[in-house]
Design a binder for this molecule. Sequence first.
Ligand SMILES: C[S@@+](CC[C@H](N)C(=O)[O-])C[C@H]1O[C@@H](n2cnc3c(N)ncnc32)[C@H](O)[C@@H]1O
Length: 271
Amino acid sequence: MPLRKTANSYLRRLTGYEIRKYRPPVRKPKPAPKPQPVAKPLPPQPPTLHDFTKLSVMLEVSPTAFLEALGWPADEVAKVADEFDEVSERLDQRYSQTETVFPPRWGVEQSTGLTLYGLVRLLQPSVVVETGVADGRSSFMTLSALERNGHGMLHSFDVRAEAGNLVRGHAQWNLTISDAKDPRRSFTEAIEKLDTIDLFLHDSDHGYPNQMFEYESTWPKIPVDGILASDDVDLTKAYVDFVTRTQQRPHFLFDRRKILGAVRKQEVDTD
Ligand SMILES: C[S@@+](CC[C@H](N)C(=O)[O-])C[C@H]1O[C@@H](n2cnc3c(N)ncnc32)[C@H](O)[C@@H]1O
């Protein structure tokens, strides 16, 4: 008989108790904590009016005041603004002769159009890049100015093959239709081939990531005094964030339904 059994028979008789092999209590596994409801991240917030006022000396509603704020003398601005009536008439004529396919509201508005024309006349760029062509309203303004300058190329990017009917065939125009599933690839490849971009205008996909991508990819190519412009800067904070990060002084043109931002690149002392 094993020793424990013998001892137990004596103990039981004497005390009513016996020795048992120690077995540690079995712990029940703790129930997994109930998943807490995850707070949904807030959708990206558009800029506030204060974002514009804190960055800009004055918010502009007049294209000529806007061009002067960007550094051009009033008499030069007035001269190019005077040319604009003729450009508008030619554009109206072009509309009457052209089959347009995009919603008219997608085109740049009147004051933005004059500003764009004026910018190209005053800056005398060799290379202008724009994203977002649609029927080609902004392209028409830019090309009219380049034509009058007598030099310079406009490189435009869109994702739809039918873009650009208003300016199709223009000798100073180079249109790239990017793959809609990966528009960044052709844009990046084309930008790499350009030595400089004197003027960039964003007017394509107005989501924050795409706006920021386009500003970041073109900025290193823009020389001092060149222009980074963007339509619809009121839709996301990308432009406000970008010019804040790069320590630039932007100007804002409040057109009828949209806000145009433009900055004339300045060297920043990073010490
Ligand atoms: C607001 S419209 C452009 C209007 C034009 N600037 C004008 O004044 O007539 C936007 C255009 O961007 C194009 N688009 C959308 N996403 C794009 C992208 N990632 N790259 C280039 N173009 C894009 C659309 O096909 C559309 O034609």
